[in-house]
Design a protein around this ligand. Sequence first.
Ligand SMILES: Cc1cc2nc3c(=O)[nH]c(=O)nc-3n(C[C@H](O)[C@H](O)[C@H](O)COP(=O)(O)O)c2cc1C
Length: 442
Amino acid sequence: MSASILLAARGLAGSRSLANYRSRGGYRGLAKALAMEPAAVVAEVRASGLRGRGGAGFPAGVKWGFVPTDSPKARYLICNADESEPGTFKDRELILVDPHMVLEGIAIAAYAIGARTAYLYIRGEFVREAAILDEAIAEARGAGLLGRRVLGRDFDLEIHVHRGAGAYICGEETALIESLEGKRGLPRLKPPFPAVVGLFGCPTVVNNVETLACVPHIIVRGSAWFAAIGTQRSTGTKLFCVSGHVRRPGVYEEVMGISFRELIEERCGGIRGGRALKAFIPGGSSAPVLPAAKIDTPADFESVAAAGSMLGSGGVIVMDETVDMVWALENLLTFYAHESCGQCTPCREGSDWALDVVRRIRRGHGRPHDLETLRRIARYASQGMTICPLGDAFCGPIASFLEHFGQEFEAAIAGATAPPTLLPVLPLRSDRGLFDHGAGGA
Ligand SMILES: Cc1cc2nc3c(=O)[nH]c(=O)nc-3n(C[C@H](O)[C@H](O)[C@H](O)COP(=O)(O)O)c2cc1C
């Protein structure tokens, strides 16, 4: 049985209206929260075990607890609706089905951390979703659920929808904050973390849409109810966005810990055309790829990490036996090389360089040392070598594709021919690479 908490209203006519949301108990959580002390709301969310659904899985209540309560500065809440990770399309679904649930989650979180202004940062391409949110905000304002003295209580809140311009990096919380401040979206060094120094230099909490959508349910039904769903350290339900070669791609709400086999074979009807599964990426394109043999891995934060990948955003990309893995990696690297913000040399140069190498392997011009070059790039541009985790985001795929499907790359190199001499052969950036001379090189 699929779980149905966040997407319970899917298929209901008029689910986006305030009247419909209220008829389903909507905004009861906000009323209940406003009758509690802010610290008690933070404690309730912490006790629920709710972990961030934007990628890193950081406990939401713990993050809220980092906001200094003795600072005279304004505090801000940001709802991250950038949804920029390839293979991820769940936040959009939540906004389309139940925008008031997202607004209620924002309002409760803002109250808990002492924010009077919240921003909903949404990717520029989500034109319709931004309009839906603007409409819902106007409706909530009209009903006294936003604005001055929310529900007659001593709490004011304004929510502003801010449309981004479609850059992947602006989903990263500090780049998002820069973008919101009107600057180019370049990530900031952490620490200080946004909870202490964030938007306009003030304490700021950034949470994903799905994370915030869980909050009204936790407040209404209690942290113990939420903590009892899923596994001990991955509580609640999770929205999985399944794409690729399955019969029924889509967004599925499941209890944390469902196996990928159940998700792919039962919910999604198995692999299209009766073919066999070759590989799957469990948590959005930056999560390391897993081979078909890992299909029985439970889909929760710990189990996916133990299997060598990440639950990430829950974007499950399924590949059947016909997929050329050299092509698949080239496809991913094309994205990352394009989206690297350029601030850190290992990421800017490394992503382009890795793409050059994989591209030439796929075109039949691979060289014997290419795999070692790729492994070295993956080593030197990840694990803290860059300001933000975009370095890890393109290195994880490289390392895992080579680990599990290295023989496909080796075969492509073994069958390589020299580049045709009549075509102009431009020197590849990878021919003289920064890492060939760097510290630690072999
Ligand atoms: C390159 C990059 C892109 C990201 N894109 C998103 C995104 O589109 N949406 C999102 O919620 N988090 C994204 N994140 C994670 C955010 O930085 C941040 O951890 C998250 O919004 C916090 O919310 P949560 O704790 O509720 O998960 C991204 C991170 C990186 C490094």
